[in-house]
Write a protein that binds this ligand. Structure first.
Ligand SMILES: Nc1ncnc2c1ncn2[C@@H]1O[C@H](COP(=O)(O)OP(=O)(O)OP(=O)(O)O)[C@@H](O)[C@H]1O
Ligand SMILES: O=C(CO)[C@H](O)[C@H](O)COP(=O)(O)O
Length: 404
């Protein structure tokens, strides 16, 4: 995608010079004005203006989580924030895992399994084991897309358990790589402009898996238990440690509002946001940097048992400084979320009530009445904001002038 900016040369004061190393002299105010040149940048002269067209490139977002932990739901919320629905590639493999919308392309990292289902069984490894995945290819292809080059990405077919012929992936504005290992390989990790980890506690994961795999996939309770147990050692070794690298973590825990709750329906959800990440300013409640505990139930928010409790404050996470926003409980009336939204800052909305509008629009998605839906929506808005700031910084780069 090319983004063009027009600069009026007359308005450039002769006392300005450019802070970046000058590579191209366009001939205007020859001694003072230089423009940074790269392969992807075109310059045109038009009257007294300079037009620079820069390829804004693809920004890459990583979303890590175990299977069945809400990645697809999160992706639907994210693509909705950018507008337009995400669909599988038209006319392609019906079992493709890719989702494409106007702005985003979501690729599933299961497509980089190097061993198919039979191969894994023969070698006695799970799909979570790095030995069952091709990180060299993952790195090369994500890097190529980021540089604006289309790739032929393999497809792992979840229906047949086989590796299907590849599909063409063209560079989108935003590439999301979701799956088990987006932050496992250092080379791939370094390509990410922003990373998210969905950290679902074992109790909650179990409840969600039972709900989906029994109701929708006809699995027995025993087989679900066995599959979770079989994956656990590799999950602990290879998937869970990735959360230390994430810029934002959504942690889902059982409620603390009901003593000894074992139903797992009411959730306590934490949004852990790393400080100091470029183009990402953590959300806060009431007062940035303070420690807050807030029960919003009362005149403006209807709450039935066990109520709702928010918390906010600074903390440390794997040695990094973070801000944590927490919500325990669930909403009775989603339209009243506007009351909570109006007390949150840095949520990167474009208009008052946008979070509430998004939540109402997708009230049928799992987690819409609790912190999972709320925080996924907020992270979606933060990613949109990060994308817009990154593009602006890239387009503005040629003119980062400092006063001489
Ligand atoms: N926020 C939530 N609240 C309650 N249940 C949820 C939530 N998110 C997901 N689930 C449950 O987990 C199931 C899996 O969700 P989803 O398909 O989004 O996960 P996934 O990580 O994409 O799974 P997979 O990788 O196996 O395709 C849903 O069908 C639903 O039952
Ligand atoms: O952990 C997973 C990520 O989705 C899957 O189990 C893995 O991709 C293997 O898929 P399948 O079970 O369909 O062979």
């Amino acid at each position: 995608m090319a983004v063009c900016t027009v600069y009026n040369v007359k308005s450039l004061n002769s006392s300005y010079s450019i802070s970046t190393p000058a590579k191209t002299n366009l001939g205007f105010h020859q001694k003072q004005v230089f423009f940074y040149s790269s392969k992807k940048t075109n310059y045109k002269r038009s009257g007294s203006s300079v037009i620079t067209c820069a390829d804004s490139g693809t920004i890459v977002i990583g979303l890590a989580a175990d299977s069945g932990c809400g990645k697809s739901t999160f992706m639907r919320r994210l693509t909705s924030v950018f507008g337009g629905a995400a669909e599988p590639p038209r006319g392609g493999n019906p079992d493709s895992n890719t989702l494409i919308s106007d702005t985003t392309t979501v690729i599933c990292l299961d497509d980089y399994h190097s061993l198919d289902r039979t191969g894994r069984k023969q070698k006695g490894v799970t799909a979570l084991d790095p030995k069952a995945n091709d990180f060299d290819l993952m790195y090369e292809q994500v890097k190529a897309i980021k540089e604006g080059i289309a790739v032929q990405k393999p497809i792992y077919n979840h229906v047949s358990g086989l590796l299907d012929p590849p599909e063409l992936i063209k560079p989108p504005k935003i590439l999301v790589i979701e799956g088990l290992h987006p932050m496992y390989d250092e080379r791939v990790r370094d390509l990410l402009d922003f990373s998210i980890y969905l950290d679902i506690s074992n109790e909650v994961k179990f409840a969600w898996k039972i709900q989906r795999d029994m109701a929708e996939r006809g699995h027995s309770l025993e087989s679900i238990k066995a599959s979770i147990e079989a994956r656990k050692p590799d999950f602990d070794a290879y998937i869970d440690p990735q959360k230390q690298y994430a810029d934002a973590v959504i942690e889902v825990l059982p409620t603390q509002l009901i003593p000894d709750d074992n139903e797992g329906k009411v959730l306590r959800v934490k949004l852990i946001m790393k400080e100091g990440v470029e183009f990402f300013s953590p959300v806060y409640l009431f007062d940035e940097g303070s420690t807050i505990s807030w029960i919003p139930c009362g005149r403006k928010l209807t709450c039935s048992y066990p109520g709702i409790k928010f918390a906010y404050g600074p903390d440390s996470y794997f040695g990094n400084e973070v801000s944590v926003l927490e919500m325990d409980g669930q909403f009775d009336r989603l339209d009243e979320l506007i009351y909570v939204e109006s007390h949150l800052s840095n949520i990167s909305t474009k208009f008052y009530g946008e979070v509430t509008q998004q939540m109402l629009k997708h009230s049928d998605f799992p987690g819409s009445n609790n912190g999972t839906g709320l925080f996924q929506t907020i992270v979606g808005l933060k990613i949109r904001d990060l994308y817009e700031q990154l593009i602006a910084s890239k387009v503005g780069a040629p003119l980062q002038a400092t006063k001489a």
